[in-house]
Design a binder for this molecule. Sequence first.
Ligand code: ARG
Length: 463
Amino acid sequence: MVKNKNNKAIWNTRIKKKTSLFFRKVGNSLDVDRRLYKEDIVGSIAHVEMLFKQKIISFKVKNKIIYGLKKIEKEILQNKFEFDNEYEDIHMSIENRLSQIIGEESGYIHTARSRNDQVITDLKMWMRSSNYQIINDIEKLIKTVIKLAEKNIETIMPGFTHLKNAQALSFGHYLLAYIEMFTRDKKRFLNNFESLNENPLGVSALTGTSFNIDRNYTTRKLKFKKPTNNSVDTVSDRDFVVDYLFSCSVCSMHISRIAEELIIWNSDGFNLIKLSDKIVTGSSVMPQKKNPDLLEYLRGKTGLIYGNFFSMLTILKGLPLSYFKDLQDDKELIFKANDNLINCLKILDEVLKNLQSNKKRMLELAGSGYITATDLADYLVKKHDFSFRKAYQKTALIVNFAEKKQKKLENLTIEELKKIEPKLTNDVLKVFNLKNSINSKKSYGGTSFDNIKKMIIIYKKNL
Ligand code: ARG
């Protein structure tokens, strides 16, 4: 509860009874929003400097308040600040401590301001830092992916559709697909700055203020780009939270996709990759086990981040304007998504640094499942002027034949092939070579080794 110096709630003149003890416990957000203390102090300092500049408070009061706020910051940094759950949130805790330090003049701090604009000002500033940190971690991850891709330009593996062997590709090319995803993630977080750069401070409770404040001044001081346009929207709006949580969700979805894929490839059935001992865990009962727990952690956390995103959307659904207590839960969702996403980005980075492709096994698997069938169909089109559909049917007959004979396509003799398509000559045998298959995919964005090399140069330049 918010108290005055007589240890009574600030609103006790109006509200005669103490708020229910149980609600005071569960309705308070200090344990969550104490993470906003720095932003709250910086925001308050900018606010009182503006009040002084506008001649709304005196020089002496402004300096006293700033002195008190800086002292509080030091106390918090040195773990000397008592976070008392009796005070509803970080804003009230700091205001209360300020009154203990400088006395009654602390009361000037809340002139022309409400917690409604104060809390989103703090939150937007905090989210800007979070955005920077996430972008930074995504960039680090992109660098790691590029390094791994560089080592695997000529590593041949099957590309899958429906988890069935589809066409041969380079493991490097596969990895570069994730660079595209993480680059889009980065862009999403960069886009978030647009709304995060609008300054809410000064809209007060919901209608603005009759004091002659200067919102452009606090905008500059707090490194925002412009003040928000509409006071009612400002205190009601959490679209920027939804955007942020959506960005976190998509990024973690990408992480979960690579995690799942690597879990499958690490399975004994596939055995396409090797994880170093640093990134596996053992079993309490099965001595032989090396389990990919880190990857499972990544896949699982995505569920939590989606939960944060859906929770926020649900809180906002049908919520009238303007401020309601419902909105208080936004911070917990943001902090949790931030923490989980940053952990996931760091863990994936570590996994990729400790992962090796099992090149021999990848090649072996790529050699199964008639993976060069499309190459044969393309060959019939190019060499013998078939329509693609006709070539497709001919190739299907050849695959059926190979399957019946329990042979790989490349092990069929030219005589056997000719029985199905008399036009074929020895020349056809080269299309069954996996390396040829990969290097024939020279179209922009395709998997040929040369394409990959060129793309890596571009990705490095874009870093
Ligand atoms: N702790 C509150 C929150 O995070 C601050 C805003 C309180 N405003 C109010 N009108 N009760 O939402």
